[in-house]
Design a protein around this ligand. Structure first.
Ligand SMILES: Nc1ncnc2c1ncn2[C@@H]1O[C@H](COP(=O)(O)OP(=O)(O)OP(=O)(O)O)[C@@H](O)[C@H]1O
Length: 266
C-alpha cells in the first residue's frame, strides 16, 4: 500500500493536519507510528484504514481486508459481546461461530453476555481487537492498542501482530507509551511538523545484534540513493532483515570528485 503525496485537514479552511505524506507499507511489515500527542498519528492510521479519505493525493493498493481497531472502541451499541462479535462474523460472510475462538483467546468468555456499554475500557478494547481479527487482515491498523489493557492482555498484542505479519499481512500501530520494544523488527515512522518521517532510525529500538548473530559476521555496505528514495530504501532494507546503521549526507569533497564531469549529484 502506498501513500502518494497525501494531504489531510479536518475542515476546508482548517490548517493541514498532515502534509504531503509519501510512504509505503509492505506485506509482512510491522510499522510503529510515533509522535507527540496531537501530532497526527490517529489521523494517519485512519487514512491508512480508509476511515478518512485524503483531501489531496491518494492511497494506492490498500489490501482488501482491513482490520481497524480505533483508540476507543465505540461501545455505545445495543449488543452483548457475543451478539456483536457473532454479528460481525456474519457480516463478513463467516459462520457466526467463527467469533467464539476469539472470545476465548481474548479472555472475553466471562463477558460474553455483557452489554457492550457496560464493558470496562480494556475489555471493550479486546472486543475491538477480536472484530478486527475475525477475517485474517491484509492490513491491521491498531491505534494505541496497549491503552487500557492489563499486563497479560498487553502481552497478546505482539503475538497477534506476529501472526498477522507471518500470514503476509501488514500492521500499522501507533504507540506513545514506548511499547515499540515489544515489537522487534518493526520499522518506525515518526509524525512531526505535520508530516511523516519514515527515515527515523528504528535500529535504536532493536537489539544491536540480533540473537544468534555476531557482529563479526557483518560487513558494512555503503549505498548511495537519491534523496527522495532514502526512506523507502531504508524500509525495504529493514523489511529484508538488514540493520540500517545510519544515513548521512555525501561528503561534499567526495561528491565533487566523483561527479566531476557528470553535471549532477547522484
Ligand atoms: N475529528 C476531528 N476534527 C477536527 N480536528 C481533529 C479531529 N481529530 C483530530 N483532530 C486534530 O488533528 C490533530 C491530530 O490529531 P490526532 O488525533 O491525529 O493526533 P495523535 O498524534 O493521534 O494524538 P494522541 O497521541 O493524543 O492520540 C490534532 O490537532 C487534533 O486536535
Amino acid at each position: 500500500m502506498r501513500f502518494d503525496k497525501v494531504w489531510f485537514r479536518y475542515a476546508r479552511r482548517a490548517p493541514w493536519t498532515l502534509r504531503e505524506v509519501d510512504a509505503t507499507v509492505r506485506p509482512g511489515q510491522t510499522i510503529v507510528v510515533l509522535g507527540r500527542n496531537g501530532a497526527g498519528k490517529s489521523t494517519l492510521l485512519q487514512l491508512a484504514a480508509g476511515v478518512l479519505r485524503p483531501v489531496r493525493g491518494a492511497i494506492h493498493d490498500r489490501p482488501a481486508t482491513v482490520g481497524w481497531v480505533p483508540e476507543r472502541f465505540p461501545a455505545a451499541q445495543p449488543f452483548t459481546t457475543l451478539d456483536y462479535l457473532r454479528s460481525m462474523a456474519a457480516i463478513r460472510g463467516l459462520p457466526a461461530a467463527a467469533a467464539d475462538p476469539w472470545i476465548d483467546r481474548l479472555g472475553l468468555t466471562a463477558h460474553a453476555g455483557t452489554p457492550l456499554p457496560d464493558l470496562s475500557k480494556g475489555t471493550a478494547q479486546k472486543v475491538g481487537l477480536a472484530q478486527a481479527l475475525l477475517t485474517p487482515p491484509g492490513l491491521l491498523v491498531l491505534d494505541e492498542p496497549w491503552e487500557g489493557l492489563d499486563a497479560p492482555s498487553r502481552e497478546l498484542i505482539p503475538q497477534l501482530v506476529a501472526e498477522v505479519t507471518a500470514a503476509g499481512g501488514a500492521v500499522l500501530v501507533s504507540d506513545h507509551r514506548g511499547e515499540i520494544a515489544s515489537l522487534p523488527g518493526a520499522v518506525h515512522w515518526t509524525v512531526t511538523g505535520h508530516t511523516l518521517h519514515p527515515t527515523a532510525d528504528s535500529s535504536a529500538h532493536l537489539p544491536l545484534t540480533p540473537p544468534g548473530r555476531s557482529d563479526a559476521d557483518d560487513v558494512v555496505v555503503e549505498v548511495a540513493v537519491r534523496r527522495h528514495e532514502a526512506a523507502e530504501t531504508m524500509d525495504r532494507l529493514r523489511a529484508s532483515g538488514h540493520r540500517v546503521l545510519g544515513v548521512r549526507e555525501r561528503d561534499p569533497a567526495r561528491v565533487r570528485a566523483n561527479d566531476l564531469g557528470e553535471g549532477q549529484d547522484r
